[in-house]
Design a protein around this ligand. Structure first.
Ligand SMILES: *Cc1c(COP(=O)(O)O)cnc(C)c1O
Length: 359
């Protein structure tokens, strides 16, 4: 790649993760592409997944769904965020499948559909214990009846787990409630429940997965799919006592070399949590001083040319992996992933070939 910094997404690894999850689920695996596919790029991934025969994908917001349509994606797109009545018309116009948690939204969807001559379709969200959105599970049958009476075609019914990976007993409570809902509503609908940890730890039938699809769950044989690479814009030798970067925190012993890489926290590197980068030979080099918005300085044992490629983010669970960054930062991998750069060019690679280039 003729660039000073870029990201690579390994589509073969992504597909491997998808097939692994598909093997675990009894039914459909819905790839969750919200927040720009957790920083991996929603549009290329949607194109790739639909091309491979995936039946539907999910995003969080109307704008995310619309961006897929504007990018030429024609497949089924489920909006996970509960529809606001003000969004009904746009959801219909773009052919996106909204989630209903309120009768107000259902009414708006039905009314706008009538005015536009379009069919109002939706999934019903049922709250089985998360208490965020959804019709209360005890009232699901009533809610379904009311929504259908408005003329909305309910195609799917789903709920979301609050404690997968944290409280197994409560997962079972939610699964039990969802099963009761399913018994009450009957088999005419497409039911989906588990997220990544729900599927991996408890099994599932129809599931919506994000984190595991991107390989950011250690311990199951899943593989991270994203790499961030950078070439130095400057390499120089430090004198004893030279101070590096904001605050002058790194003080040179003298004789070490410094490489300045053109990526920083604006590209998603969590300050204080990125401690090493991998050099061209695979060795780990310590970050020297504070990470800046656009630049990161690294201490090297010897000189390197400006063509050298450093792996800043590695597709593994080692010290340069995203899961390690999140841990060092005291947060969850989701949060680190969604802050990954939108300004770096990206290569989508499939078996060594460039499948798509963005930026
Ligand atoms: C984000 C999200 C998911 C995917 O969660 P992961 O833990 O990334 O698998 C599934 N369902 C809903 C409703 C979500 O908002």
């Amino acid at each position: 790649m003729e660039a000073r910094a870029w990201m690579e997404v390994d589509l073969a690894a992504l597909w491997g993760n998808y097939l692994f999850l598909k093997g675990r689920a009894g039914g459909e695996v819905i790839p969750v592409l919200k927040a720009d596919a957790y920083g991996h790029g929603a549009l290329p991934l949607a194109r790739f997944l639909f091309q491979r025969g995936v039946r539907r994908v999910a995003v969080a917001t109307l704008a995310e769904g619309r961006a897929l349509r504007e990018g030429g994606v024609e497949g089924e797109v489920l909006l996970l965020g509960s529809l606001h009545p003000l969004e009904a018309e746009e959801a219909l116009r773009w052919g996106l499948t909204p989630t209903l948690s309120t009768l107000e939204a259902a009414r708006a969807l039905a009314e706008r559909a009538r005015a536009l001559g379009l069919l109002p379709r939706a999934h019903l969200k049922v709250d089985t214990g998360m208490n965020r959105v959804g019709f209360p599970w005890e009232e699901a049958a009533m809610a379904l009846k009311a929504v259908e009476a408005l003329g909305v075609r309910v195609e799917g019914v789903y709920s979301h787990l609050a404690t997968a990976g944290e409280d197994a007993a409560f997962v079972e409570v939610q699964k039990g409630r969802f099963l009761e809902v399913r018994r009450a509503l009957g088999e005419a609908y497409f039911y989906h429940l588990e997220n990544s940890y729900g599927l991996l730890l408890h099994g599932g039938e129809n599931v919506r997965v994000g984190l595991a699809l991107y390989g950011l769950v250690p311990g199951f044989g899943l593989r991270p799919v994203l790499r961030l690479l950078a070439r130095p814009t400057l390499v120089k030798r430090l004198k004893a006592g030279d101070r590096v970067g904001y605050g002058g925190e790194y003080v040179a012993r003298g004789g070490e070399w410094l490489a300045t890489l053109p990526v920083g926290y604006a590209d998603g590197l969590p300050r204080g949590a990125v401690r090493f980068v991998r050099g061209p030979g695979g060795g780990l080099h310590p970050v020297a001083g504070r990470i800046s918005m656009d630049q990161t300085t690294v201490a090297l044992p010897g000189p390197l040319g400006l063509e050298a490629v450093f792996e800043v983010l590695s597709p593994d669970f080692g010290p340069t992996g995203l899961v390690a960054w999140a841990e060092a930062r005291g947060t969850i991998p989701y949060e680190v992933a969604v802050h990954l750069s939108r300004r770096l060019p990206r290569l989508y690679l499939l078996e060594g070939e460039v499948w798509e280039r963005v930026g």
